[in-house]
Design a protein around this ligand. Structure first.
Ligand code: GLU
Length: 310
């Protein structure tokens, strides 16, 4: 199918219908109390094209916790700021382990496998604090608002507080990394920033807009703002493809075939370079912690349209 001849309204309508039988499969994330309480039976999908066209289905105005999708923002942000070699602090390989796994960290001297697992995003948070020194979260949030051309983005304080008092595994990781010298700032400051970023709330429409620069070589095609160089945008996309779904990244690439990042809040953001950004929300997760219906919807999308990168 040629991309100009695709009836996207029709494709979204078909997807909404075809995912219905799966809407009761999977479980919402239960280890973060406020996430356990969300209505599990929600679905939203948005498409945002470089030329400004947009299409939406379902609850696309409904805000949800972006969780690990924030790892893309913080990594893109540190890429923009940091001139040194990131690889002294962070790997660029898939971990083959769950998002919150501790096992590789000790073997690999406190250097996380990649920036899209929790340990990696914690190191990125530490690097952001070293750069800004003060009010780091506000500066990153300001950047997200600018990239998405929306002021209406904030974090959920209740969720943030809850993760901060119950994120035991994340504290184990940061302590382990600190013992290897890979965390430079206070654990409290680093974890506050990490958890605040996880608790940002956005809807599928806003997430699409905010990620659109990644489909356009680092430049927001609507506002014309330049966020990353073309080669930095290539790198973020490459990491999303290889590491965006924890230890199911290979499976996601095999089924869906586009760069994407998921979060345990049930969102998945995806990029079709040169064409569009997409976002799906459905809070029930599969066994690997990725939105079950979201993954299915994206698989249906690339199958129906032929728009994978391969
Ligand atoms: N806030 C979550 C955590 O730190 C993020 C996990 C995720 O979305 O993968 O465990």
């Amino acid at each position: 199918m040629k991309k100009n001849n695709i009836d996207y309204e029709k494709v979204l309508k078909e997807i909404e219908k075809e995912v219905l039988p799966f809407m009761c499969d999977g479980e919402v994330a239960s280890y973060i109390a406020p996430l356990a309480g969300v209505n599990p039976n929600q679905f939203a999908m948005s498409l945002q094209f470089l030329d400004g066209r947009e299409y939406h289905k379902g609850a696309s105005q409904k805000k949800f916790s972006i969780q690990s999708i924030s790892k893309v923002f913080s990594f893109a942000h540190i890429m923009k700021l940091y001139k040194g070699d990131l690889q002294n602090r962070l790997g660029l390989e898939p971990s083959g382990n769950p998002f919150n796994s501790l096992v590789l960290l000790e073997y690999e001297n406190g250097v996380p496998r990649n920036p899209f697992i929790n340990a990696g995003a914690i190191v990125v948070a530490d690097m952001l604090i070293s750069y800004y020194k003060n009010n780091t979260f506000d500066k990153v949030l300001e950047h997200i608002r600018l990239v998405g051309d929306t002021l209406n983005v904030d974090f959920d304080n209740g969720l943030y507080q809850c993760e901060k008092i119950s994120g035991y595994r994340n504290y184990s990781m940061v302590n382990m990394m600190k013992s290897f010298g890979n965390i430079k700032n206070s654990i409290d400051d680093v974890m506050s920033l990490y958890f605040k970023l996880c608790s940002i709330e956005m809807n599928t429409k806003e997430l699409c807009r905010t990620m659109l620069f990644l489909a356009n070589h680092g430049v927001n095609p609507i506002t014309k703002d330049v966020f990353l160089t073309s080669s930095q945008a290539k790198r973020v996309n490459a990491l999303m493809l290889t590491c965006g779904h924890y230890d199911a990244s290979g499976d996601f690439a095999y089924r869906v075939g586009i760069p994407a990042k998921s979060g345990v809040g049930g969102g998945i953001v995806a990029i079709i370079p040169g064409l569009m950004s997409l976002c799906v929300y459905s809070p029930r997760l599969n066994k690997k912690g990725n939105s079950l219906v979201g993954t299915k919807a994206l698989e249906l999308f690339t199958t129906k349209t032929g728009l994978s990168i391969f």
